[in-house]
Ligand binder design. Sequence first.
Ligand code: FEO
Length: 395
Amino acid sequence: MSFEIKNNVFSVGKTDWQEQHFHGQAMALPHGTSYNSFLIRDEKSVIIDSVPKQYTSDYISKIKEIIELSDLYAVIALHGEPDHSGSLGHLLAAKPDLPVYCTTMGEKSLRGYYHKNWNFKIVKTGDKLNLGSRELTFIETPMLHWPDSMIAFLTNDNILFSSDIFGQHYASEFLYDDLVSNCELMWEAVKYYANVVTPYNTKAKKSLADLKSLNLPVELICPAHGVIWRKAVSEIINTYEKWADSYSENQISIIYDTMYESTRKMADAIAQGIRNTDKNVKVKIFNSSKHHLSDIVTEIFCSKGILIGCPTYNYGLLPSTAALLDEITGLKFSGKKAAAFGSYGWSPASTKIISERLEKSGFEIVGNGMKVNWVPSEDMLAQCRNFGAEFASSF
Ligand code: FEO
């Protein structure tokens, strides 16, 4: 069923309770997600974004509860990724000359995905579309998180349609931020930022500054995923500003993989050393082969420092550590410290590889890495505790 958010503005998207992964398997979605699409009914009625192709039938039914497709004036494609554009083809098949408002890069991505000569109307920051009783103002937000991304502000009702920005993979029958668990909501919001937006922090900062400089009287933020922000509107904007600025909390995360528990024992001893040195720092330990990479990325995002441990395996790393380092490289974290540790039998290669990868990824490396030959003795575990203490003391 569609839902009227405000004065003939309807939510017509899809709440997806069953989806457990996103971007392939890259992101775990324990709370499902939603693909938000909005219908603004006015003298000129428009649809903002759509839903994945597999949900087209439900989606079209929801729209038809409110308006015939033939009565639509235009589609606004804030972003071309298929989770938001998958049903456009059906809408446009029903009305082939329906204008598709998007950015220059939006046209490129939509042509690339669908190979259709749709009636593209290119908009730039500041362009307006008069709907009759109110108008939409477009604001480009390039690389937040795709080159084609933009957002739109609806005057009079003061609604910001923010595309992926401020989104959360969070399915709920309650559509608003103040009606759901704040803990769950903010975890999904920060996880979304950490995994999707972090590589574009610089762009995010600029887009947020541009948005603030417009002094828009935003009353509702309608993102493309998750619940609508109506209570914590300024809070989520301010929080995004913090997240975009080399964010960290007083947390150190230890992430390891292990074959015969040696590196796991090192991780525990390092954690003890950190705790012995700093009673206030939050220390968390994760096994990278057991915890989902997207959750670990979120914890790294929240950490001021990380230690990555892995035994030497085939003169290199275990697969989960290699995957973690690949992910970290792409995310371009800044302002964080790191160190490496690991056990080995006949080749102490892993710590060197980890340290080099972390340094290339922008981390400040502390120490030369902690290596243990075969199984850690009591003396070696004491050295690991010292290693953890030195890491904690480096802040
Ligand atoms: Fe939710 Fe960037 O697509």
